[in-house]
Design a protein around this ligand. Sequence first.
Ligand code: CP
Length: 531
Amino acid sequence: MATRKGPFKGRTIAVVDDLSLDEQRYLYRKARELKEGVLAGGDGAAFRLNDRDYSAYLIFMEDSTRTRESFRNAAKFLGARTNVFDAATSSFNKNESIVDTIRMLYGYAADSCFVIRSKLEGVCRSLEDSIGRYAELTGRPRPAFINAGDGRHEHPTQEFLDEFSFLEQLGWRDERIHIALTGDLYHGRTVHSKANGLRVFKEVRVDLVAPGPLGMPPHYAERMKSNGFEVKSYESLDEYLAAGKVAPIWYFTRLQLERMGEAVLEKAPSLRAAVTFRKDMLGLLPEGARFYHPLPRDRVHPTNPTFLDELPLNGWDGQSANGYWTRIALMGMVSGLLGGDFSGDQASPETFVDDFVREAPVVLREKPEVKVGIRPVDEGIVIDHISSGEPVAEIWDHIDAVRRMLKLNLRSSHGVFHNGRGSFKGIISLPEITSFGERDLKKLAAIAPGCTLNLVRGSRVVKKYRLDMPPRIYGFEEISCKNENCVSHPSHLEGVTPEFRRKGPPGGESGTTFVCRYCEREHRFREIWDV
Ligand code: CP
């Protein structure tokens, strides 16, 4: 039975940020040590796990050459039991869920890591949760889950090998990088991972070169900016080269035709032309420029055409080879073989303080406050300030949503009234309710943040609570992720419970934006509710 421990043992790498910057630097240091040592004739003994009880499962539900084969070779180098799972002929075809499949495979080895590529975004995060609980229940080691590319979401191990390649080109100096990202920035998960992966450099300039329909999704561009990157956008390579100040590192991506809708597919030839390099552009490149590409490239319409293959510009061959070295180092880390000499900050799970309920001062009044159209209650609860300041039609919608979601089908009254500040608010008056459970309180806070809950006794408000937006919304039947590719989307029947996290502190845009825990799609807070 395996007894290895260490800071990386059993860690899931679903997104780039599952390793802290210090941990990413450790990975690059180890991969460099391995590569240089082996290329100089060494046997890489420090990277040999030689444990046939440690299983590496490669589960590819989408096609792959580089990622699957570099992981397969990396697992063999380590000396792990290497299993290439044949997803196409497996019991997935008999409607077996992913979690049932993994639970079973997990039982075949003392210790294991699973490398998974899937169309389902967030699948590794969901397995980390569910199989992690199963591991605790059975007292067995937690398996590691490594995301080998999930839909349009992320491809963290590609990101690690890309950053390793850039650092190698820059002589292992991490002061600054100036990079152009071009091609299909909309569908390409490898460029999405760069929004965080490039943080390994202290100063980052990113030029985004893609026509409208292939442009970087705004939330990734925003993430780059909030990470302190200088970001500029161009519609085509011609526009970019004409603007001057061209980056010495270019990162091409292919058009992901398999992920495009009909409308974009029709425009593919002209979109591709905008991001395809031509011979006449060679003279406009800065000295020492180098091109990278995660590959594969389209053999009929490559955006980095074959005339470049033999030029010093070709950085992609070395880049794909670096997938081998970085993946050996990463598997060495999550297996517990490496990490004893790590020092620095570790990635830590987010913590949440459910501080969404604040007691507010009660203003004593001689007489019950009379609301136009609502009879004051003698005993009960009044929900006040619903959607205060919003357009009247929306306030009515939210009153309706609160009533339906909290199942307030009892004697009560409600309405829209002046809020005393020149605009309107909603009120629901509930004479038959004398207490509110914590779940309902959280639901109310998540549907109508900013509202107050007043407990009325003997015609007086005796307690008043102000409800802010909760930091997490989960555990309600009425919520779902609206990304159809998300593992938690109801259409996939994978049994994954939706969970959303508030993007920023209450107040302001980010305080009402919620991020899916699995696919990281951002939602306006009302979007997550199904009713
Ligand atoms: N770069 C990359 O993910 O290649 P494969 O699809 O061949 O694995």
